[in-house]
Ligand binder design. Structure first.
Ligand SMILES: Nc1ncnc2c1ncn2[C@@H]1O[C@H](COP(=O)(O)OP(=O)(O)OP(=O)(O)O)[C@@H](O)[C@H]1O
Ligand SMILES: [Mg+2]
Length: 598
């Protein structure tokens, strides 16, 4: 039907506010009564409803079922009736309006979900179902999924409400009348997919929600959006022949993980004998966990990207400077010379201070130049522009020059801003080495823009492996004011890197970080990251902790990515750029702390 205008009065009682959802035969509105109380109103188009939607007395199942329900975890019936709109007959159902969000919305908004909340939500759904399944005429909900569970936030303690009883039926119904096309099939049990709906199907759906809350995807997830209905069902059933993806990593820091995985496995088990026979046992098992857990946040989950499932740490990644091992002095310089001044322009002005125009980080690959630039963006909440060389180097270099102009214009408009040019040498190269007039134009543009951008609230940070390729006049004082060598990590920094990268992994308690640092002289940060990941892989293979022995083995077979030649080259740059001609403000390399004998 055409949607109703705002303030349309339904049955002389309910004023429409706005359309919430419009389906083939149901439209849902938020309405209010004459006392200004909000409700949710479902309008059923009688001509379009199928006969399966009516019970033996000709009443709509949904209305008849909801009318008689009363439980704290179930939506609340208010009113129902029939009405004529534009000469057509409609039935309507009025429910209490729940202000809150669905589990699906909650999950997409919340990065860390506490295990406590997960179990509490699951338990409340089960309480609601237990009520339904144990009525004198038991009711099956049949479409429990992430959209049909709402977190009611109207009271102090959020509570769960089961909504949408459109597919709910009395337990003796034969499964007809449920059009599988309308359901979220990833939450339907195998027997449901075969048209048999029972208590086990509702239980399966709750298991799938529990799994979804922990892993962020439904169990046996596959993308079926492009398949026809029959293909969908076949694909899902086929997928479910595979073992369930259970990544212990997500839970491994928590002592409850084994029991929770057992509960999930049982709820989702396609074998009747091995699964929960009723909601009661499911609740009892959860209660045991619930009574003993302390708050524990799940960090990360599985996400679907580029047609495959990957584990994403989401929040495991620490934010800002706290995620950087070592580099103490560099962090300090950035904080006192840049961040604080950008945050407090008034105060800075009073003391006649301005930020530097720019800072060049140079040094061997894999030592964290790009990394710290990215973390800088998380550390401050300013406008941040991160420019990779591929963003700028176009076949039409003329465009590049314009792009740079536009970039700075934008940054000034939104000041304070930070612009990071990654791999700066690929477009800011020496004019005397380029015989390309257009690229020279690009370099000139950068030169112009770098004049006094600091005073105008824009800070430029650039990174390179090859400082010698960069146009000299860009590196002059007044443009790039700070030239900073980021060396391979020293002993202490390597220790910190190992600690950082092993932090959230299952490991022995007696890891000797000194020994690890000792064995990795001249290794760069990305080498150490690689070693930690490799060790985790090895330990995972045998389902053990990461041990000192595993780590030492892996160090033994992993070479530093820096060759002797690289080391010589960078020793030379370090002295050349910090020592003499260009900039004498910051002589010593300050990326990582320097060894005493350095
Ligand atoms: N101080 C650090 N703390 C934690 N991790 C680090 C640190 N430095 C580097 N890493 C890790 O090493 C990886 C490589 O660092 P990054 O890419 O920043 O090096 P780079 O110096 O920019 O290399 P290139 O010169 O090749 O671009 C990062 O993704 C990060 O995971
Ligand atoms: Mg880099």
């Amino acid at each position: 039907m055409k949607s109703l205008n705002e303030h349309y009065i339904i049955d002389n009682k309910y004023f429409t506010q706005f359309l919430l959802k419009s389906g083939e035969f149901i439209t849902i509105y938020r309405v209010k009564d004459k006392h200004n109380v909000n409700y949710l109103l479902k309008l059923y188009d009688l001509e379009k409803l199928h006969k399966e939607n009516f019970d033996e007395y000709g009443n709509i199942y949904e209305i008849e079922i909801v009318k008689n329900l009363s439980h704290p975890n179930i939506e609340v019936f208010v009113d129902s009736g029939n009405t004529i709109i534009n000469d057509k007959n409609y039935l309507y159902l009025v429910l209490k309006y729940i202000s809150g969000e669905s589990l699906a919305e909650y999950l997409s908004r919340t990065k860390n979900i506490d295990l406590y909340d997960i179990l509490s939500f699951t338990m409340q759904i089960l309480e609601g179902l237990s009520y339904l399944h144990n009525l004198s005429r038991p009711i099956l909900h049949n479409s429990i999924n992430m959209d049909n569970i709402i977190i009611d936030e109207s009271s102090k303690v959020p509570s769960i409400k089961i909504v949408n009883f459109h597919y709910a039926r009395y337990s003796n119904f034969l499964g007809n009348g449920i059009n599988l096309d309308d359901l979220n099939l990833l939450f339907v049990s195998n027997e449901g997919l075969n048209g048999k709906f029972s208590i086990q199907n509702d239980i399966y759906s709750v298991g799938a929600i529990l799994y979804n809350l922990i892993y962020r995807i439904p169990p046996w997830f596959i993308d079926v959006s492009k398949l026809s209905s029959q293909e969908k069902i076949e694909a899902i059933i086929r997928e479910r022949m595979k073992p369930l993806l259970l990544i212990n990593d997500i839970l491994c820091n928590n002592i409850h993980y084994k029991s929770i995985l057992n509960i999930i496995n049982k709820a989702l088990n396609p074998n009747f004998d091995d699964s929960y026979k009723d909601v009661y046992n499911f609740i009892e098992d959860l209660k045991k966990e619930f009574n003993s857990i302390s708050s524990y946040e799940f960090k990360g989950g599985v996400v679907y990207e580029d047609n495959r499932l990957i584990f994403d740490n989401l929040t495991n990644k620490e934010k800002g400077f706290s995620a950087i091992a070592g580099m103490k002095e560099l962090k300090e310089i950035l904080t006192t010379n840049v961040i604080n001044l950008l945050k407090d322009p008034e105060g800075a002005k009073e003391y006649g201070l301005t930020i530097p125009n720019g800072m060049l980080l140079f040094g061997p690959p894999g030592c964290g130049k790009t990394y710290i630039s990215e973390k800088l963006a998380e550390e401050v909440n300013f406008n941040y522009y991160f420019i990779k060389s591929s963003d700028l180097v176009s076949p039409y270099a003329f465009e590049t020059q314009k792009k740079i102009g536009k970039l700075f214009d934008d940054a000034y408009k939104n000041k304070p801003s930070i612009i990071c040019f990654d791999e700066f040498d690929s477009y800011a190269f020496r004019k005397d080495m380029s015989n390309n007039a257009i690229m020279t134009g690009v370099v000139n543009e950068i030169l112009t823009q770098l004049n006094n951008c600091g005073k105008r609230g824009v800070f430029v940070i650039a990174t390179t492996n090859n400082p010698e390729l960069i146009e000299k006049s860009i590196l002059r004082k007044g443009r790039m004011d700070l030239l900073i060598y980021v060396p391979p990590p020293d002993y202490e920094a390597r220790k910190e890197l190992f600690k950082l990268y092993l932090k959230d992994k299952p490991k022995d308690f007696n890891i000797n970080y000194d020994e690890l640092a000792n064995l990795t002289d001249k290794y760069v940060a990305s080498d150490i990251e690689f070693i930690a990941i490799d060790a985790a892989r090895e330990a995972y293979k045998f389902k053990t902790n990461i041990t000192q022995k595993i780590l030492i083995n892996i160090i033994g077979r992993t070479r530093s990515s820096l060759s002797d030649e690289d080391n010589k080259k960078y020793d030379f740059y370090k002295d050349f750029f910090n020592g003499s001609t260009i900039n004498t403000n910051y002589r010593k390399p300050i990326g990582f702390r320097i060894n005493k004998d350095d």
